[in-house]
Ligand binder design. Structure first.
Ligand SMILES: [Zn+2]
Length: 267
C-alpha cells in the first residue's frame, strides 16, 4: 500500500518507518527496496484485503494524479464488508487501476460492491495486447455519432476486449500510465444486446481533469448513457431492417417456388 496511518495521518513509506493499516488496524512495515515501489506491507502476512494487487509504477503514476485523501480509501458496504479503493471521490465514484488478470466473477463482485466504478486497465502488461488492439481499431467501422466511436464485430479477436467486454466502464491505457500532451485512453462502452464492442478515444488529461473535479457522474449521465442508448436504438433498428429484409427475401423465394410449382403442374 502507498499509505499507512501514522499519528492519524496518511504517510508514505520511508526506510525503517512503522505505521498502521487504514483498513484492519494492524501494524505495517515500510518496504523501501530497489525492485518494487516503496510501499507498506502487513507484518509477516498477506494484505488483509484479498482484492489488493501488488503495486507497480503504473499504479502509482495513476494514483499520484489525485489528492492524498482520495487515495486508498476504505469503502464499506451495508453488510460491513470493507475493501480499499485505489481512488474514491467525494461523490463515491471509485477508480480501480488494474494491472493483472482478474476473473469475470471477481470483477462483477467488485462492480456490485463499489456501485460506481471505473476500471483503468494496463494495456501494456502483455506484449500482444497493443498489437491486437490496433488491429481491431484498423478493422473496425467508424459509426455515425457526435464523438468518434469505432465498432468492432469481433471483440473476441482481441484478448483484452474478450476479457473486459461487458464489464461496465472500462478505459484501456497503452501509455504506461504516463501523461503526454496528446496521450489518449480507449474507452470501451458498456455492452449492448449485440456481440459488437464500441470503442472511443478519450483524452487522458481530460479523464484526469473530470475525476479531479469529481464530474464523472455528470459525464456518465449526460454523455455516456445517451450515446449508449442511441447505439442500442440504432442496433435495434438495424436488426428490424434485417428481419424485414429476410421476410421480403423469403416471400420472394416463396413466390418463385409457387410459380415453379404451377409451371410444373402445367406440364
Ligand atoms: Zn490491513
Amino acid at each position: 500500500m502507498k499509505y499507512a496511518i501514522v499519528s492519524n495521518e496518511k504517510i508514505e513509506a520511508t526506510k525503517g518507518a512503522k505505521g498502521v493499516c487504514p483498513s484492519c488496524g494492524s501494524e505495517l512495515v515500510a518496504k523501501c527496496g530497489k525492485v518494487k515501489v516503496n510501499h507498506w506491507s502487513h507484518k509477516g502476512s498477506r494484505n488483509c484485503d484479498s482484492w489488493w494487487e501488488n503495486e507497480t509504477e503504473w499504479h502509482r503514476s495513476w494514483k499520484d494524479n489525485f489528492s492524498k485523501e482520495w487515495q486508498e480509501v476504505v469503502h464499506f458496504d451495508e453488510s460491513g464488508e470493507k475493501h480499499i479503493a485505489d481512488v474514491k471521490t467525494p461523490s463515491a465514484w471509485v477508480l480501480e487501476f488494474q494491472h493483472s488478470v482478474i476473473s469475470p466473477e471477481e470483477r462483477q463482485t467488485r462492480n456490485s460492491f463499489y456501485g460506481h466504478i471505473v476500471w483503468v486497465v494496463d494495456g501494456t502488461r502483455r506484449t500482444t495486447d497493443k498489437k491486437q488492439f490496433q488491429k481491431i481499431l484498423e478493422d473496425g467501422v467508424r459509426i455515425r455519432s457526435k464523438i468518434p466511436i469505432i465498432r468492432t464485430n469481433f471483440p473476441d479477436d482481441c484478448r483484452l476486449l474478450k476479457e473486459w467486454h461487458g464489464s461496465s466502464l472500462v478505459f484501456f491505457d497503452f501509455g504506461k500510465g504516463k501523461s503526454s500532451e496528446h496521450s489518449i485512453l480507449w474507452f470501451l462502452l458498456p455492452k449492448t444486446a449485440s456481440s459488437s464492442a464500441y470503442l472511443s478515444p478519450f483524452s487522458r488529461s481530460n479523464f484526469i481533469e473530470i475525476f479531479k473535479k469529481d464530474k464523472f457522474g455528470e459525464i456518465f449521465k449526460n454523455k455516456i448513457l445517451p450515446i449508449h442508448a442511441a447505439i442500442v436504438d440504432s442496433e435495434r433498428r438495424q436488426q428490424k431492417a434485417n428481419a424485414q429484409h429476410r421476410i421480403t427475401a423469403l416471400s420472394g423465394f416463396d413466390r418463385h417456388a409457387k410459380t415453379k410449382r404451377s409451371r410444373h403442374r402445367r406440364l
